[in-house]
Write a protein that binds this ligand. Sequence first.
Ligand code: HEC
Ligand code: HEC
Length: 287
Amino acid sequence: MIISNLQRVAAIASVATLGLGATAASAQDMPELVINDEIAITTHAPAPAYLENLDEVISGWVFRSTETQALQMDDFDNPGMIFVDKAIDAWDKVEGTAGKSCAACHTGGPEEFAGLRATLPKWNEEKQALYTMEDYINECRTERMGAEAWKWSGADMTAMNALISLQSRGMTINVATDGPVADLWEQGKEIYYTRVGQLDLSCANCHEDNYGTMIRADRLSQGQVNGFPTYRLKNAKLNSIQGRFKGCMKNVRATPYKEGSEEFHALQLYVASRGNGLTVESPSVRN
Ligand code: HEC
Ligand code: HEC
């Protein structure tokens, strides 16, 4: 059943030049996303010039059911906020050999990080590496607190990531694609368009050629990452970007890259840049 539907997508993907799928999510029949009657989210934006095959970039929220959409419109209904509350507690918790909490150094509170999420991942000059939120958090834990690194997609990490990302909610995604990250961006693009796995599908076959169409009970979105960490109804927890990439690779029966790997960093950079112009939604709610 699963296979046959995926094979259908493969068949659709092979005739992707027909432009199937691009019709489903027109702006006019979609509700607007305003969180807490206050924070306006940009769910449709003109595609950045480097996206040759898209006119418009669209938030994954648009493709969800009315019920799932509603969960993200009010923080009291958003199950992801429970984890944000946990991270607020963790923020003040002393851990590691240096006897420090996050609060000990970041005295302005998580609010200090307003704007950061909208630019990630980005080049870290000092480390000469592309940095995600997870990298920043674990660097502070291991090098500044003398504490253990958190697992990439573990509950502590996704919660802290959500708390910090939340400070940028409603801000426009603006991920740099040039300068020191240019090569990684190209590498990420290459991965995005490479067919992999037994089903021989690329990210683009589903999320670019066929967004808007149904695959099993799911409506395919553009696979945007502006809402991460994402609370998924399916597993009732917050999910990381690279954890989601892993899931999609497994679904096409490919061997996924590892969380934290260079490949996934490059892919995250490229995919994040495909969302330039949308706004930060973290923590979003998806199925
Ligand atoms: C001993 C002091 C110290 C502690 C404790 C600490 N940090 Fe940091 N953190 C820093 C310094 C210094 C930087 C780099 C300079 C900067 O951007 O503030 C930094 C940078 C960061 C950044 C990147 C900021 C940016 O704009 O690039 C994040 C995110 C962050 N810390 C989160 C945390 C979290 C979450 C914790 C607790 C788990 C924590 N830090 C604990 C000192 C600390
Ligand atoms: C067989 C089709 C298929 C392929 C190939 C695929 N995905 Fe997905 N992906 C899905 C489905 C189905 C969902 C859940 C519905 C949705 O949001 O599109 C999903 C969801 C996502 C999401 C979550 C979007 C959100 O709004 O929360 C991201 C991000 C994502 N995929 C990225 C990728 C990347 C990167 C690749 C390539 C490594 C990839 N996907 C390959 C089918 C696919």
